[in-house]
Design a protein around this ligand. Structure first.
Ligand code: GCW
Length: 830
């Protein structure tokens, strides 16, 4: 049996190569580091190589620090262009290296050389060598590798109290109870993971920032974080609250043009640089979702950004990253012209030339908010002088919160590869972001990652693929997403072909599958945005509020009219070629139809299907594909350790059940709205289902569920007030046979109910409503689309006339709620 693994090392496990492979590799004797300072990434690289070789090849290699002209062929030499040239080495091959790039030279009969353009580059080259060895790949005679963009950062939305906004993996590894943690071991391990995939910056705290971060004791804490991350080439920056001068400084105002405010920020900035001499700078969320900002004081966004920019300028290369996520969340839906998607361009238009040189605008990939599918933000096409950072999410806020597997690079690529046709010229988003299109020297990527102190980092082993892929995509956005997964799967789980193939199959279908059952044709992820959970289905939540994530669904039609001719004009915010494509229904791709157009449910897509039939079909096929994930995963049993196998298997089974909850909720909701039947008679017809409310109840009562579509038939059962047990019984009316028995129930916060199911008097299964202890997503405290879930007992021999009984024991406010039972003949999904 393979030893259990926690996931803590992520893809850096350095599993030993099988003897027959390891025996054929070079025997290394010495690693020569050109630097001996503990804080130098070169020294880190050398130590990582020493550690990696001891594990991958079981070779004990000595580490020396010296500057030598020639080294033995069994050595690995690590340094920078500068250190190599100082040894007299002719470094002509490195001419094309860009910031953070590296040159890896593995010539037969010569020492292996890792030549970084800078110290970080040397570290990235060392990780590349270790990746190649771990995967037993041949080593290149010479590989020059450069990142696509200088900024490759992560953002953490960690709060000082230790919670993490949109984090699904436990509390913060940085903060607790208002302060920076004393023990920063996990921070160091995080820096190692980030560096291993070429990520070079981290914003440590939530963009909804707390001004106590700037208290002296926390500045000392920030210094400790920076010190721990520096040897890994990861620099830190912080998010600021615009009102800190008032809130912490005791000033009367935080007006960015007020001289006292300006000098307050200058002083604070100097103080911060005394603690963190290489600070990246500031990330600012202002005038967004209730946060204060320059508009609060009648100033422009540029006034606000420039105040910080000027405070940073005396201290080196610090930048202000100003988020474009500025919008009014009290928009009036009754006005057909209102559109949150217009906000960024409206707020930032005209400001392009007004920003100081060290201001960068951080733009979420889509115009709204990390939805399952969005077109690129139109603001990406509006800035020429001011560089940008493209904001992605690794944490799966709207995409299943790590409890549904969604491999994100295929989604990201729809943005990277999109041609914005700016000024009539080819302008791929990735070329704008890299700085190439407008000759920016500082631009790039940021992803909200939100790792927590769970040993898996993100709450699920599979979700780590997205962090790994994020690093590789920012290095080279054209890299094949399949190659990325295969590399990740091998490094994370081992070299068997079945592992890489199975994971590739699941991953490459995961995003389209999630789109199929969560929100089609550009309608957005139809999750609950009103309770802020952003998890389970609740299509009604999109409309009737000021958040502006509207679908405008009524009894006849659906979609946002974003055309210039009759709608919000959003299509017109794109450069002409793109604007014309989105303005016209015929040239708008089906997958974004409802993003740009309001159409009847009977509108025919290019596929020939109507919109409503596409909804029904996609939900059925998506939920069906999700059922195959746990089955496919079975192929890995015994090939990987049981702990990680079981952890993933449990989540994939959960996902398969929740995909059915999604399917039925969305289909029931739209069927109720438009009354158009499913051509295939599936929606509302469940031949193998027994509704709990139709069973004989004792201690249980029938209760309505809100939203109605989150329950089969709109109703469920819950134990009666005061009852400590309830039973629901029925007589099986289906033909005798072998059935999978699935029970749909609700598992919410407030208690851990217990359940048993009996066939006649024989116990065939028992379970607990304790998913809150096992899964990572945000839970609600009631019966709804978040809490609806399923447990299945396979292959039960059932006779017609048998008695089926569920016994539920409530706990706290969780009243052992049950929705329905399905008796599924083999091969039937419902
Ligand atoms: O979509 C919203 C999230 C908020 C987040 C905000 C943002 C940090 O639901 O939790 O706040 O985006 O990006 O600022």
């Amino acid at each position: 049996m393979l030893p259990p693994e926690t996931g803590l090392d992520g893809w850096l496990r350095y599993a030993a190569l099988p003897d027959e492979c390891a025996g054929l590799r070079t025997r290394y004797s010495t690693i020569i580091s050109h630097m001996d300072s503990q804080s130098s990434p070169i020294f880190t690289a050398a130590r990582e190589l020493q550690f990696g070789l001891s594990k991958i090849l079981s070779q004990n290699v000595s580490l020396e620090t010296k500057l030598l002209g020639t080294a033995a062929s069994s050595s690995i030499v690590v340094g920078t262009i500068k250190t190599f040239s100082s040894t007299g080495r002719d470094i002509h091959e490195t001419l094309s290296l860009k910031e953070d790039g590296y040159c890896l030279v593995c010539k037969d009969g010569k020492a292996t050389e890792i030549i970084g353009q800078n110290e970080r580059g040397a570290l990235y080259g060392a990780f590349e060598l270790l990746r190649l060895l771990s995967q037993n790949h041949p080593l290149p005679e010479m590989r020059i590798s450069n990142p696509s963009a200088p900024i490759r950062w992560v953002n953490q939305w960690d709060n000082l109290d230790g919670s993490i906004e949109r984090g699904y993996a436990g509390p913060s590894i940085f903060f607790a109870d208002g302060y920076v943690l004393d023990d920063l071991t996990r921070v160091q391990q995080y820096a190692r993971l980030l560096a291993s995939v070429g990520l070079n910056g981290l914003i440590v705290n939530n963009v909804n920032s707390n001004y106590n971060l700037l208290k002296p004791i926390n500045m000392q804490g920030l210094a400790r974080i920076a010190d721990i991350m520096r040897p890994w080439g990861v620099r830190i920056g912080i998010s600021l609250n615009f009102d800190t001068p008032k809130g912490l400084g005791g000033l009367q105002t935080s007006d960015p043009l007020d001289p006292d405010v300006i000098s307050w920020w200058e002083d604070i900035t100097s103080e911060l640089y005394r603690h963190v001499s290489d600070m990246l700078g500031y990330l600012i969320k202002a005038n967004s979702e209730g946060q204060p900002g320059p508009l609060t004081y009648g100033r422009t966004l540029a006034d606000g950004a420039n105040m910080f920019a000027r405070a940073l300028q005396p201290h080196g290369d610090g930048v202000v990253v100003y988020r474009a996520f500025v919008y009014n969340h009290h928009l009036d839906e009754s006005d057909w012209k209102n559109d949150r998607a217009n906000a960024a361009v409206e707020y930032f238009d005209g400001l392009d030339t007004q920003f100081e040189d060290n201001v960068i605008i951080q733009i979420k990939y889509g115009p709204i908010d990390f939805q399952i599918r969005e077109p690129p933000s139109p603001l990406l096409a509006h800035l020429r002088k001011t560089p940008i950072i493209l904001e992605l999410q690794v944490t799966q806020e709207y995409l299943g919160q790590q409890d549904h597997v969604v491999y994100l690079p295929p989604l990201w690529k729809t943005i990277f590869d999109f041609d914005l046709h700016i000024d009539g010229q080819q302008s791929l988003v990735r070329d704008v972001v890299s700085g190439q299109r407008f000759n920016w020297s500082k631009s790039g990527y940021a992803a909200v990652v939100n790792v927590g102190n769970d040993l898996t980092w993100l709450g699920s082993h599979l979700a780590m693929a997205n962090l790994y892929a994020y690093g590789l995509c920012t290095w080279d956005p054209q890299q094949s997403e399949v190659d990325i997964i295969q590399g990740w799967a091998q490094l994370t789980f081992g070299l068997y072909k079945t592992i890489a193939n199975t994971i590739t199959n699941i991953f490459m279908t995961s995003w389209p599958t999630y789109e199929d059952y969560s929100g089609n044709l550009g309608i957005q992820t139809l999750c609950d945005i009103v309770t802020h959970c952003h998890y389970g289905p609740c299509p009604a939540a999109q409309d009737g509020n000021g958040w502006g994530q509207w679908t405008r669904a009524d009894a006849h039609s659906i979609g946002m009219d974003r055309t210039v001719a009759t709608g919000t004009g959003n299509a017109g915010q794109y450069p002409q070629v793109v604007a014309e494509r989105f303005e016209c229904i015929d040239t708008t791709p089906d997958e974004l139809l409802l993003w740009f157009h309001h159409v009847p449910y009977t509108h025919r897509l290019k596929s020939g299907k109507t919109v409503i039939q596409h909804f029904y079909d996609a939900h059925y096929s998506g939920a069906c594909v999700a059922q195959t994930f746990p089955q496919q995963w079975e192929a890995l049993r015994g090939l990987i350790d049981d702990d990680r196998f079981d952890h993933v298997a449990f989540r994939l089974r959960y996902q398969a059940g929740h995909a059915l909850v999604w399917r039925d909720s969305i289909n029931n909701f739209y069927y109720a709205k438009c009354g158009i039947k499913d051509e295939h008679h599936r929606v509302g017809n469940h031949a193998w289902r027994i509704e709990a409310e139709d069973m004989t109840l004792e201690g249980y009562e029938v209760v309505p569920v809100t939203p109605f579509e989150a329950a089969s038939g709109g109703k469920a059962i819950a134990t009666m007030p005061g009852a400590d047990i309830g039973t629901a019984q029925c007589t099986v009316a289906f033909p005798s046979g072998i059935y999978d028995i699935a029970i749909n129930y609700y598992d919410h916060l407030g208690g851990r109910s217990q359940y048993q199911i009996f066939l006649n008097d024989i116990l065939i299964g028992a379970w607990k409503g304790d998913l809150e202890d096992k899964l990572s997503h945000d839970f609600s405290d009631r019966m709804d689309g978040h809490s609806a879930t399923r447990v299945t007992f396979n292959k039960v021999d059932v006779k017609k006339g048998d008695s089926l009984t569920i016994v539920g024991r409530p706990d706290g406010s969780e009243l052992a709620p049950i929705d329905y039972i399905s008796l599924l003949p083999q091969g039937i999904v419902d």
